[in-house]
Each structure stands twice: as structure tokens, then as C-alpha cells.
Design a protein around this ligand. Structure first.
Ligand SMILES: [Ca+2]
Ligand SMILES: [Ca+2]
Ligand SMILES: [Ca+2]
Length: 207
């Protein structure tokens, strides 16, 4: 009888944590082919959006499940597709730019910080990218920041935009949460599951 009551309590706990998870960031689960990272589209309440620099400063002020946020790094078509499915195609900054070296596009934060994913003019590319045809074009007096969904198409193709030509361009941005070095705090849901498992095992041994 006690074991049955405990199982009910465990089920209630799991239902409760599922409700919390559904309330904010969305997880790209390994069960659906993902990386188990969490994502959200961040849109300020009072202004039209963030400049790229404001988004870059805002991301690490956010946390979820003990993980520190960073501007999302989109390193595969599957990750791009997840963002489209979860948050739509509207414009959003991503955590990449070519500010350090014109034409050399790097992820600038998160687990891929410092990794080059695209080199203008190169035949084979070091990483995934989803540029619109003709982009990146470093238009006008230069464009060095990475924006998803600029053109409003179903594939949410990318554009180079922002500084130096358009320093006041404003969009929402995607924040990503994963177990990057320095923030390797176990996720509470995982801890809860481990705890439930241990208690169940202890119960079985006693029975
Ligand atoms: Ca990523
Ligand atoms: Ca550029
Ligand atoms: Ca451009």
C-alpha cells in the first residue's frame, strides 16, 4: 500500500515538472532527434526589439534549469527546422557575426564560441549556414551581424545585417541553454528523476 502511494506521489511530481517545462523555453529533445538543449524567442516588452549588441548582453542574464543562456547557435538544418517549428519564421538575431574578420563568420558565444562556420568566397565551408541567395553581401557600408528570418520566407533564410551600416536594427533573438563549460549544473528535472529512481529502488529492496 505504501509503495502504491509512493508511486502516485512520484507520478504527481513528474506531471508537475512537465507543466513547469511547458511554461517557458522549449526543449529540442533527443527523442525527436535533437540535442536536448532548450530554446526561447526573447522579445522585449516595451521596445520593437533588441539591437544585436543588446541581445548579446541580455542572453547571459537569462537562466533555465540552472543553465546560463547564450544567443542561439544554429549548426545544422535540423536545428534550423526546430526553431522554425517551435517559434516561427519571424526575424531573430543569432549568435554569429563577422566583426573580427570581414567575411569570416564565427559563432561568438555558447559551446561553439570562436568556431568559424562560413568564409566568404571559400569553396567548401567549415560549418552549416542558411544564407539567402546572394548573402552575406556586406551591403552598404558593411553588415556584420547574423539575422534569421529577415526575408520572411518559409525557410527563415539568413542575412548579414546590423553594424556598421544598421546599428539600430531591432529584432527579437533566440536564446539557447545547454550544459556548456562553467555552468554544468545538473538539470533539476534530471535530479528529480534520479531521486525517484533511487527511492523506488530502495523501496523494492525493503519490500
Ligand atoms: Ca546550437
Ligand atoms: Ca560583414
Ligand atoms: Ca546583407
Amino acid at each position: 500500500m505504501a509503495f502504491k502511494r509512493f508511486r502516485s506521489a512520484a507520478a504527481a511530481l513528474l506531471t508537475c515538472s512537465a507543466a513547469v517545462v511547458a511554461a517557458a523555453p522549449v526543449q529540442w529533445t533527443s527523442a525527436s532527434g535533437g540535442n536536448d538543449h532548450w530554446y526561447e524567442r526573447v522579445t522585449p516588452a516595451t521596445v520593437a526589439g533588441y539591437t544585436w549588441d543588446e541581445a548579446y548582453a541580455d542572453a547571459p542574464t537569462r537562466s533555465w534549469m540552472g543553465l546560463t543562456g547564450y544567443m542561439a547557435t544554429v549548426t545544422s538544418q535540423a536545428e534550423q527546422n526546430f526553431l522554425i517549428a517551435a517559434f516561427g519564421i519571424g526575424g531573430a538575431w543569432l549568435g554569429g557575426n563577422d566583426r573580427a574578420t570581414e567575411g569570416t563568420w564565427q559563432w561568438v558565444n555558447g559551446p561553439e564560441a570562436g568556431q568559424t562556420f562560413y568564409i566568404a568566397g571559400a569553396g567548401s565551408q567549415p560549418g552549416y549556414s542558411n544564407w539567402n541567395t546572394g548573402e552575406p553581401n556586406n551591403c552598404c557600408s558593411g553588415e556584420d551581424d547574423l539575422v534569421y528570418g529577415y526575408f520572411g520566407d518559409a525557410a527563415a533564410v539568413w542575412n548579414d545585417y546590423g553594424v556598421p551600416s544598421f546599428p539600430n536594427a531591432r529584432y527579437s533573438y533566440f536564446v539557447e541553454y545547454s550544459g556548456q563549460p562553467g555552468t554544468s549544473v545538473p538539470e533539476p528535472a534530471t535530479l528529480a528523476l534520479v531521486g525517484v529512481g533511487l527511492l523506488l529502488a530502495a523501496r523494492r529492496r525493503r519490500a
